[in-house]
Design a protein around this ligand. Structure first.
Ligand SMILES: Cc1cc2nc3c(=O)[nH]c(=O)nc-3n(C[C@H](O)[C@H](O)[C@H](O)COP(=O)(O)OP(=O)(O)OC[C@H]3O[C@@H](n4cnc5c(N)ncnc54)[C@H](O)[C@@H]3O)c2cc1C
Length: 448
């Protein structure tokens, strides 16, 4: 790195810069292993996050390390790859540079080819004030905060003498009944009914009320109706209340205000709320849209050419949750396949191929785990619900985790949770729970 804050990504070799070390970015970087290029991966975190298992960190089954290995460790044997910490704030499409910031340090990284894989963020549909009362489940910070709020709520209920106040602590509302919301609600139900049994003296955790709400007509909108129906049955058997066709009007410390399709207003009193309802593309999509003159698409995504490149900028690719292409959804397989595809286009071009290849997505199916021994799986025309789908779910997720050590400890923690009812990761800290509540000025103030 130069003293002027410029990274010198290689001498003479074609410089590929990758923004984001998630599914798109990491698989693009790996595809470039052994190629005659230098690869610089810039990410605002130090880890590669396996987001599909965030809900298990939030409910004490897995540790954060198991689903988020350090990116530089993952790429340690790839000698042409360099990993840099930094939040990318700008991309200059004319100068071919990326600007990033880490603390007070600003870096400018030049590129010959650029792959942008910065993913998506939570959308509160214009009501960001909700975040204070209903954290989402998008990163490790969120998962640890949600874990603290869930286990902390039982602790507070144990302290409260007043039955109404206790009821408030023991009511959990999950907003959004896609895979994340469904999996989280199922796990809160299981831990309250099983894991916490005999842990308290003044409350019975099994009396916890868990409500899953969605504005749509059914849960698991991306799955076939029959599977969604089986999943809903299972959740109800676990004691999860499912409220559909109902919209959130407001969320405050004491509960959630709702409006039904016919305009009827209602309120669920609850201390613990989790938002699993909406996503929007990284703000970097808007930066690229401004710079390239391409209009942003649905959910703030950037429409790309068939080969995932930005119109007018064949050297820049946008992949994963940030790209808009053929109506593809925000799932891990789309991200990793499009990341690999972009990397392959760079290698082909360097080899003298001039005609770009269009990206063809290979749909490997969808899985969602509802509870211990019960999942739903959709693999092309094949649909499964129950134990066999759950075993498939276990196998696919274990195989997809990055890192050998993580897999070993994950198997151990799953055995603890799924053979018995134990959860190894129940540690919570007040700072995790309260950090979001602090005014920004308090965070900035130096300690005396
Ligand atoms: C809770 C949850 C559960 C999910 N469950 C499933 C599932 O079961 N199955 C499935 O297929 N998909 C699931 N998904 C979706 C899947 O995780 C995403 O589709 C996938 O991660 C998208 O990959 P990506 O590379 O586009 O973005 P990501 O994997 O999100 O990676 C983006 C990376 O960019 C970094 N970044 C962002 N902005 C900047 C910046 N300005 N500067 C530097 N770095 C930046 C981030 O730190 C991150 O490392 C789930 C997502 C979540 C949140």
């Amino acid at each position: 790195m130069g003293s002027n804050g410029q990274t010198g990504a290689g001498s003479g070799a074609h410089r590929v810069v990758i923004i984001g070390a998630g599914f798109g970015g990491l698989f693009a970087a790996r595809r470039l292993k052994g190629e005659l290029v230098t690869v610089t991966v810039i990410d605002r975190t130090t880890h590669h996050l396996f987001a599909p298992l965030l809900y298990q960190v939030a409910t004490g089954i897995l540790s954060e390390g198991e689903i988020a290995p350090p990116t530089r460790d993952v790429l340690r044997h790839q000698s042409n790859a360099t990993v840099l910490l930094g939040e990318v704030t700008d991309v200059d499409l004319d100068a071919h540079t990326v600007t990033s910031r880490a603390g007070t340090r600003e870096l400018t990284t030049p590129y010959d080819s650029l792959i942008v894989a910065a993913g998506a963020e939570t959308s509160y549909f214009g009501h960001d004030e909700i975040a204070r009362h209903a954290p989402s489940l998008k990163d490790i910070d969120d998962a640890l905060e949600v874990r603290g709020r869930i286990f902390g709520a039982f602790e507070m209920a144990e302290l409260d003498e007043d039955p109404t106040a206790r009821g408030l602590w023991m009511t959990f509302v999950v907003v959004g009944a896609g895979a994340t919301g469904v999996e989280l609600a199922g796990q809160i139900a299981e831990l309250s009914r099983n894991t916490l049994k005999s842990n308290f003296r003044r409350i019975d955790p099994a009396n916890a009320r868990i409500v899953l709400i969605d504005s749509g007509p059914r849960i698991l909108g991306q799955f076939h109706e029959r599977l969604a129906h089986r999943a809903a049955e299972r959740l109800r058997r676990l004691g999860v209340e499912i409220e559909l066709g109902i919209r959130v009007a407001a969320i405050d410390e004491g509960g959630v205000d709702l409006i039904a399709a016919d305009g009827t207003a209602s309120r669920i009193k609850a201390r613990t709320k989790v938002w699993a309802a909406g996503v929007q593309a990284s703000p970097l999509a808007a930066v690229l849209a401004d710079a390239s003159g391409v209009a942003l698409g649905h959910g703030g995504r950037l429409p790309v050419n068939a080969d995932c490149s930005v119109p007018g900028h064949p050297e820049v690719f946008v992949v994963g949750d940030m790209m808009e292409l053929d109506g593809l959804g925000g799932v891990a397989e789309v991200a990793l396949q499009s990341g690999r595809h972009a990397a392959r286009q760079i290698v082909r071009r360097l080899g003298g191929e001039v005609v770009p290849e269009p990206f063809h997505y290979r749909d490997l199916g969808s899985l969602a785990s509802i509870s211990k021994s019960f999942a739903v799986a959709e693999l092309g025309p094949m649909r499964m619900a129950g134990r066999s789908a759950w075993l498939l779910w276990l196998f696919v997720h274990l195989a997809s985790l990055t890192g050998f050590k993580n897999r070993i400890t994950t198997v151990f923690h799953w055995a603890l949770s799924f053979l018995g009812h134990g959860r190894a990761e129940r540690t919570i800290t007040l700072r995790q729970v309260l950090a979001r509540q602090l005014p920004a000025s308090a965070e900035a103030e130096p300690r005396s």
